[in-house]
Design a protein around this ligand. Structure first.
Ligand code: ZN
Length: 232
């Protein structure tokens, strides 16, 4: 247990919920930050409040959960809406990336998070970036994140640490980590309340939670679940 505090980039999805549980197990004071930047994420924003409330009820660790900040970033919405040409849209669809994907989005999120952390006296950021499953997102790579941590530290004249507990594990490993950190209770929160589906679907319930079941995010989540279940 560290004496220091951490700011978790928390979207209300599976990965950031596991990161939040990880931070609650490692730091005395934990705050969360979220970003509002598009309609599709409205479901995520609603779920993140529900997940936060349930996390506070998770034993002693839950009691460490401090304030939440949601930053409105309409500029990202403009990039998603207007900077996408027809040709790029087709390319995005072929790679399985959502057409709302904003290049370098994690760099922006982490930079905003660092600015808030600085004001809150926090020097550790925690994010759910993972290079194992998301090879399509170059801003999820460990080298990208750690180089950014250096740039931010220089820019703030303050050593900022970016922790990414999921960086080198796959989705089955993420379920396993949730089970280790919070047992059945945490796994249940992830199934029932976290949101991952790109289509914003919360009507279809599967073993692994809610979602359309066919978008890349659902596929990945389902695949991880089945691999984890097969192992245990
Ligand atoms: Zn889906």
């Amino acid at each position: 247990m560290s004496e220091t505090a951490a700011l978790v980039l928390f979207s209300g999805g599976q990965d950031s919920t596991v990161c939040l549980a990880w931070a609650l197990a490692h730091y005395r004071r934990v705050e969360t930050i979220g970003f509002k930047y598009g309609q599709r994420h409205a479901v995520e924003l609603a779920q993140r409040q529900i997940v936060r409330e349930k996390m506070t009820a998770l034993g002693d660790n839950g009691k460490r959960l401090g304030p939440d900040t949601v930053l409105d970033l309409p500029a990202l919405q403009s990039i998603s809406d207007t900077a996408l040409t027809r040709e790029t849209e087709i390319t995005f669809a072929a790679t399985g990336l959502p057409t709302t994907f904003v290049p370098g989005r994690n760099l922006l999120f982490l930079t905003y998070a660092a600015a808030l952390a600085y004001r809150r006296g926090i020097t550790t950021l925690v994010g759910g970036m993972c290079e194992t499953d998301f090879s399509g997102y170059p801003d999820c790579r460990n080298e990208t994140i750690q180089t950014l941590a250096q740039a931010i530290s220089l820019g703030l004249a303050e050593p900022i640490v970016i922790e990414t507990p999921l960086m080198f594990i796959d989705k089955a490993g993420t379920w396993e980590m949730a089970d280790k950190l919070g047992g059945d209770e945490l796994v249940k929160i992830i199934i029932e309340d976290t949101h991952t589906c790109y289509m914003g679907d919360r009507t279809n319930r599967h073993d692994w939670g809610y979602g359309c079941g066919i978008c890349p995010a659902c596929e990945l989540r389902a695949k991880g679940w089945h691999e984890w279940r097969a192992r245990t």
